[in-house]
Design a binder for this molecule. Structure first.
Ligand code: ADP
Ligand code: MG
Length: 604
């Protein structure tokens, strides 16, 4: 028997390793099983190139637990290691790797790192107080060796007992971790998560855990529609079938494979689970792909696999990595190509899916300029009568009737067709058409579209009186004299809280309401932005303010002025209540008073 010291600068890295990634300690499963898979693949390669003539049939990795001994064992029939190799690869190399890793990351937030890569073999010490390796090399005349290390910096090397070629890594679990990792259910779950698609069969409790030849690793030409469906069900059991998929299969200038599914989603941007999974050579890395994939693709589902994504760097370093940038751009292109293909091939099909595509397409356009350019002509607007048009089609259509005196074509929209029903109706009666923009990103999208299309403005139907929404060349004189106007203004102002309402006198066509309430387009957008957590350049806008427009040309305007002060007040109050009611603003005591008054009209 031989004993030795692991030479380290930083006294004892084991406690550091242990504490280091305690939130993510389960990754030891991935590290040890993938080492076993690597060793197995090596023996296959040696056999294939004629360097090894022994048996390489039915290779597998076995994981087992022993509750009495409190051990978790990972066994393989791979290349194995000789005594010298254990010295070299485990004691020296793996150790220096782990030391380097700890040095690099000890002062940083481990969450910063994608999937906690780089720790390798020594991640075993996150859960084990002692680790034993029993290995027998494939090399001729090799004998079995046993390496043992109890979590200090000393280790022993001795003769081992093993007949077959390969390696057992035996983890003697710490008391606190034993409970977790001796649970069959837990171990199975972890194996499914990290090893579900490894290329060598992984067996646990006599059951094969993984699919060694997942769909994304196959050639698209060999696959049928049905295969994609089955794979989706394998990834996300019990979920509604996706709309369609994209198979990515590139090996130049980087290696990237994957299958992305468009799910049937049409709202909630956050809190989504079952997202895209990132793999590296079929080893699961993370579901938190935020910094790796184009931002908007967090809304998709499926798998992306690339050994060219650097995993042992921080997330911020990742964003500036040139491979990651290229991969991101490539995926974004694939997605827009697919969408554009469906649009061109079968527009009716595209339109039927639009309610689910809406959010992803807009998110993509807002966050990725190139994507926006490619998707510009495939982004649709829905009218209040459920017809779909591309933005350009709609602008061309609206141009004749909805262009104002400044030459701006006005796209009228509603953010809530039900709540804004009366404004929509009024606008339609004036001969205009309305589109529905009620998605969570639409406030950003309107601003974005105004920047992309020249002389186009978006206005919400209730932002102004109808004839102001699309101002034409006409000047309407006020029928009221200046003094009359002032008297009316004073009377209205005495009824409202001026902190909540901006009272404005306007000479509008006589058929337009005496009092109407509007929400300034720009202020509403700003409020939406701040609701979405965007910081405002000018701070909080404070209380939401509405504009109360008094139409001085309405026939009641001069009539009320002829009444006594008391009667005038009563009429205006009633009118104001109705306007507020129509905008859902009449609440509390105001509503109570209004209802009491209205009940007086009911006569038995
Ligand atoms: P990496 O896998 O990145 O090389 P590890 O720390 O995981 O780093 O492993 C260090 C080395 O130990 C491996 O490169 C390999 O040579 C050797 N090794 C680890 N596990 C096994 C195994 N099950 N069979 C054969 N060799 C192994
Ligand atoms: Mg490894």
């Amino acid at each position: 028997m031989k004993t030795g010291q692991i030479s380290v600068q930083s006294e004892n890295i084991f406690p550091i390793i242990k504490k280091f990634l305690y939130t993510d300690q389960e990754i030891f499963v991935r590290e040890l099983v993938s080492n076993a898979v690597d060793a197995t693949k090596k023996i296959q390669t040696l056999s294939r190139i004629g360097e090894y003539s022994g048996d390489v049939e039915d290779l597998k990795v076995e994981v087992s637990i022993d509750e009495k001994k409190k051990t978790l064992t990972i066994s393989d029939y791979g290349v194995g290691m000789t005594e010298d190799e254990i010295e070299k690869y485990i004691t020296q190399l793996a150790f220096s790797g782990a030391t380097e890793f700890v040095e690099q990351w000890k002062d940083k937030e481990p969450e910063q790192m994608i999937g906690h890569f780089g720790l390798g073999f020594y991640s075993a010490f996150m859960v084990a107080k002692e680790v034993t390796i029993v290995s027998k090399s494939y090399k001729e005349k090799a004998t079995a060796v046993k390496w043992n290390c109890d979590g200090t910096t000393s280790y022993s090397l001795d003769k081992g007992k093993r007949k077959k070629r390969g390696t057992d890594v035996i983890l003697h679990l710490t008391d606190e971790d034993a409970e977790t990792y001796l649970s069959q259910w837990k171990v199975k779950e972890l194996l499914k998560k990290y090893c579900g698609f490894l290329p060598i069969p992984i067996e646990f409790e006599k059951e094969t855990i993984n699919n060694t030849n997942p769909l994304w690793a196959k050639k698209p030409s060999e696959l049928k529609q049905e295969d994609y469906k089955t794979f989706f069900e394998e990834l996300y059991p019990m979920q509604e079938a996706p709309l369609f998929h994209i198979h990515i299969n590139t090996d130049f200038p980087f290696n990237l494979t994957g299958v992305l599914y468009f799910p049937k989603i049409n709202q909630a941007l956050d809190n989504r689970k079952d997202r895209v999974q990132l793999y590296s050579n079929q080893v699961f890395v993370t579901e938190d792909v935020k910094d790796v994939l184009p931002e908007f693709l967090v809304l998709l589902q499926g798998v992306v696999d690339s050994p060219d994504i650097p995993l042992n760097v921080s997330r911020s370093a990742l964003q500036s990595d040139s491979n990651v940038k290229k991969i991101t751009a490539h995926i974004s292109k694939k997605v827009s190509d697919k969408l554009s293909e469906i649009f061109k091939k079968d527009r009716a099909d595209y339109e039927s899916k639009w309610e689910y595509l809406d959010l992803i397409v807009k998110y993509g356009m807002l966050s990725d300029e190139k994507f926006a350019d490619r998707m510009k002509d495939h982004c649709l607007l829905k009218t209040t009568s459920d017809k779909l048009h591309t933005v350009q089609e709609w602008i061309d259509h609206a141009k004749a009737n909805q262009t104002d005196k400044n030459g701006d074509t006005i796209v009228l929209y509603t953010t809530d067709a039900k709540a804004q029903h009366m404004s929509v109706k009024e606008v339609q009666e004036a001969g205009y058409e309305v589109v529905v923009l009620d998605g969570p990103l639409d406030v950003h999208f309107t601003g974005f579209a105004e920047g992309k299309y020249e002389k186009v403005k978006f206005k919400c139907v209730d932002s102004e009186p109808v004839n102001k929404l699309i101002e034409k060349e006409e000047n309407i004189e006020s029928v009221l004299e200046k003094e009359q106007q002032e008297a009316l203004e004073g009377a209205v102002k005495s009824l409202v809280n001026e902190a909540a309402f901006d009272v404005k006198m306007e000479s509008l066509p006589p058929q337009q309401d005496l009092l109407s309430i509007h929400r300034n387009e720009w202020e509403r957008r700003m409020e939406e932005y701040s609701k979405m957590g965007q910081s405002m350049p000018f701070g909080d806008l404070g209380m939401k303010k509405h504009t109360l427009i008094v139409n001085t040309n309405h026939e009641l305007a001069s009539k009320v002025l002829a009444k006594s002060e008391e009667e005038r007040k009563e009429i205006l109050q009633h009118y104001l209540d109705l306007s507020m009611l129509s905008k859902n603003l009449l609440q509390g005591e105001g509503l109570e008073n209004f209802i009491a008054k209205a009940k007086n009209f009911i006569q038995a």
